[in-house]
Write a protein that binds this ligand. Structure first.
Ligand SMILES: *[C@@H]1O[C@H](CO)[C@@H](O)[C@H](O)[C@H]1NC(C)=O
Ligand SMILES: *[C@@H]1O[C@H](CO)[C@@H](O)[C@H](O)[C@H]1NC(C)=O
Ligand SMILES: *[C@@H]1O[C@H](CO)[C@@H](O)[C@H](O)[C@H]1NC(C)=O
Ligand SMILES: *[C@@H]1O[C@H](CO)[C@@H](O)[C@H](O)[C@H]1NC(C)=O
Ligand SMILES: *[C@@H]1O[C@H](CO)[C@@H](O)[C@H](O)[C@H]1NC(C)=O
Length: 251
C-alpha cells in the first residue's frame, strides 16, 4: 500500500462521443474508477479504523471542504495541509493553464465530490479530469513526482498522417524546448500537419516545479507518446503525470 501510484499505469481510451472502450491496468488493492471525463485511483479503504484514522479522514474532509475548496478559483494551482502530525492531510490541485478561474473552481468542486465519494476512508488518492487534477495523501506530496502515468484520448474520425505519433512526439519536444515553459510553467505550439489539420500541443507543469524538473518530467511523458496514442485518427489526447502533463488537440 505504501507503493500507491508507483508504476501504476492506467490507459484510458475514449472514443468519439466519449464512449469508453478500453482497459485499465492497475496494481492490486487499488480502486480505479473511470468514466468518460475522469479517472481516479486510490488504495483500498482503511480496514481497522482507529482514532488516528478518524482524525485523518476528518482532516481530509476539512481540507477539501474549506482550504482547498475555498482557494480554488483564486489560483490554478494550490497546495495545502490540514491537521497535526500524525494525522496531517496533504492536498493539492492543478487546473489546465487556459481555463478560467470559474471553470477551475467548477472542476475542483466536481473532482473533490467524486474523490470523497469513491475514495472515502483511504489514505491517499489522485483524480484527473480533462481540466484539473486533485490529490491528497497522509504523506507530504513530492513536488517532483513522475510515479504514475495516465493516457487519455478521444478518437475522432479525422484523417491523420501515417506517422502521427512521430509528429506528436516532435511537437511535444518543441513545446518542451520553448523558453516560455520555464517562465510560465506551460507552453503551447501549433503545427500544421496537413491542408486540413492543425495540431495544438501543450505542456504544463505544476508551477512550483523547477525549470529542470519540469523539463525532466515532460521528457518522461514524451516517452509514452507511442504507447498512449497508437490509434490513427486520434483527435484529442493527454499524457498525465502527477507533476506535469502534455496534451494535444487535432482540428
Ligand atoms: C491506526 O490506523 C492507522 C492507519 O490505518 C495505522 O497507520 C496505525 O498504525 C493504526 N494505529 C493503531 C494503534 O492501530
Ligand atoms: C465517508 O464515510 C463515513 C464513515 O463510513 C461516512 O459517515 C461519510 O458520510 C462518508 N462520506 C462521504 C462523502 O461519502
Ligand atoms: C470514418 O470515415 C470514413 C470515410 O469518411 C468512413 O468510411 C468510416 O466508416 C468512418 N469510420 C467511423 C468509425 O465512423
Ligand atoms: C515521423 O515524424 C517525425 C517527426 O516529424 C520524424 O522525425 C520521423 O522521421 C518520422 N518517421 C517516419 C517513419 O516518417
Ligand atoms: C530532455 O530531453 C532533451 C532531448 O529531447 C534533452 O536535450 C534534455 O537534456 C532533456 N532534459 C532533461 C532535464 O531531462
Amino acid at each position: 500500500m505504501t507503493m500507491l501510484f508507483s508504476a501504476s499505469i492506467v490507459t484510458l481510451r475514449l472514443f468519439l462521443l466519449l464512449v469508453i472502450l478500453s482497459h485499465s491496468h492497475v496494481i492490486m488493492s487499488q480502486t480505479t474508477f473511470v468514466d468518460e471525463n475522469m479517472v481516479l485511483t486510490c488504495p483500498a479503504s482503511i480496514n481497522n479504523i482507529n482514532t488516528s484514522s478518524y482524525a485523518f479522514i476528518h482532516n481530509v474532509h476539512s481540507l477539501f471542504n474549506r482550504k482547498l475548496h475555498s482557494e480554488a478559483g483564486n489560483s490554478l494551482y494550490y497546495s495545502a495541509t490540514e491537521g497535526h502530525f500524525p494525522d496531517t492531510a496533504y492536498g493539492l490541485y492543478l487546473c489546465k493553464f487556459d481555463i478560467t478561474f470559474q471553470s477551475c473552481q467548477r472542476c475542483i468542486a466536481t473532482a473533490v465530490k467524486a474523490v470523497m465519494k469513491k475514495c472515502n476512508g483511504t489514505r491517499k488518492a489522485i483524480i484527473w479530469y480533462r481540466e484539473c487534477m486533485v490529490r491528497y495523501s497522509d504523506k507530504s506530496l513530492p513536488i517532483m513526482d513522475t510515479s504514475t502515468v495516465l493516457c487519455m484520448y478521444i478518437v475522432r474520425n479525422v484523417s491523420v498522417p501515417r506517422n502521427v505519433t512521430g509528429i506528436l512526439a516532435q511537437s511535444f519536444k518543441d513545446v518542451i524546448a520553448m523558453p516560455s515553459l520555464s517562465s510560465f510553467s506551460y507552453a503551447t505550439k501549433e503545427t500544421t500537419i496537413s491542408r486540413f489539420n492543425t495540431l495544438h500541443s501543450y505542456g504544463q507543469c505544476i508551477p512550483v516545479l523547477s525549470a529542470d524538473d519540469c523539463t525532466e518530467c515532460l521528457n518522461k511523458s514524451v516517452d509514452w507518446v507511442s504507447k498512449c496514442f497508437i490509434q490513427r485518427g486520434t483527435g484529442f489526447g493527454r499524457i498525465i503525470l502527477p507533476s506535469c502533463n502534455i496534451g494535444y488537440e487535432l482540428h
